[in-house]
Design a protein around this ligand. Structure first.
Ligand code: MN
Length: 271
């Protein structure tokens, strides 16, 4: 064999796959995974689970998207090697045994150390979705305990540093002195029911609401809703992009007004 040909053949053989036995990539396409109801013995309220992956062979980690309706939560439980939660929508609550109830919201990441007794779920007036990444030990990923009582669940969450005030009684605080029924409707129907419905994420509801208020040139209402939109996970750059987009559909002066309001709101630290 001539040297050049031999070298060419060797180079070609090095370009072949490392071995036929090596497993291929697995892609689970969006919309093809099963969504099941979480078991009632370990959860309170309506909770849906979509497993993203389950361990095979020597693997130990699993991941699932868990969607809690308002008021829904896990029972008390612990994880042998711990768990990480990535909040992908809404506002929720989490507590470790003996600690305060803490509010969690879209974008937050919570790590729960091994064997720490805790629960997690939605806020009473908002749905919450998180991705849970959990490792198993000897095939076991959770130790389930008693349910979280209503008294434990409704303990007031510790305030989140820098978060704008959007407490469930905000309507009563704003309007209660002169229009108590209107305050009650604001709290219980608008924010307690419509905003908490799982048909749209809080982020998307904020996007729709901010767009409408810009288009209608309502700076007083836009001010509060820009703060709420940041709390619901919209970035300042996205809110400015919405305003720029709407200048062409809702009118240039509306966008000018909205940018002035955004300048004030963005001076506050992000939640
Ligand atoms: Mn957990």
């Amino acid at each position: 064999m001539r040297p050049l040909l031999a070298a060419t053949l060797m180079a070609m053989s090095m370009m072949e796959p490392a071995g036929a036995a090596e497993p291929g990539l697995k892609i689970a396409r969006a919309g093809t995974r099963a969504v099941t109801a979480a078991p009632a013995q370990n959860f309170t309220g309506t909770v849906k689970v979509e497993m993203l992956y389950t361990p095979e062979g020597a693997e130990r980690a699993s991941a699932g998207t868990v969607s809690f309706s308002p008021g829904a939560r896990t029972a008390w439980h612990s994880h042998p090697p711990g768990q990480t939660l990535v909040v992908t929508a809404g506002i929720g609550r989490i507590q470790r045994w003996g600690g305060p109830v803490e509010q969690i919201q879209v974008g937050d990441v919570v790590h729960i150390p091994a064997h720490v007794k805790h629960w997690h779920g939605a806020a009473p007036d908002s749905a919450m979705t998180h991705i849970a990444i959990t490792e198993a030990q000897d095939g076991k990923s959770a130790e389930w305990m008693e349910q979280v009582s209503d008294t434990q669940y409704t303990a007031a969450p510790a305030p989140v540093a820098g978060a704008p005030s959007t407490s469930p009684s905000q309507g009563r605080q704003l309007f209660g002195d002169i229009a108590p029924k209107f305050g009650q409707l604001t709290d219980e129907v608008l924010f307690g029911d419509v905003w908490a419905r799982p048909g749209l994420s809080p982020r998307d509801r904020s996007l729709a609401t901010v767009s409408a208020l810009i288009a209608m040139n309502r700076p007083d209402q836009l001010r509060g809703h820009l703060a709420r939109a940041r709390e619901n996970g919209l970035s300042d750059a996205e809110l400015i992009e919405v305003t720029t987009h709407l200048a062409f559909y809702a009118g240039w002066p509306n966008a000018v007004t909205a940018i002035g309001v955004a300048r004030e709101v963005f001076k506050q630290p992000r939640p």
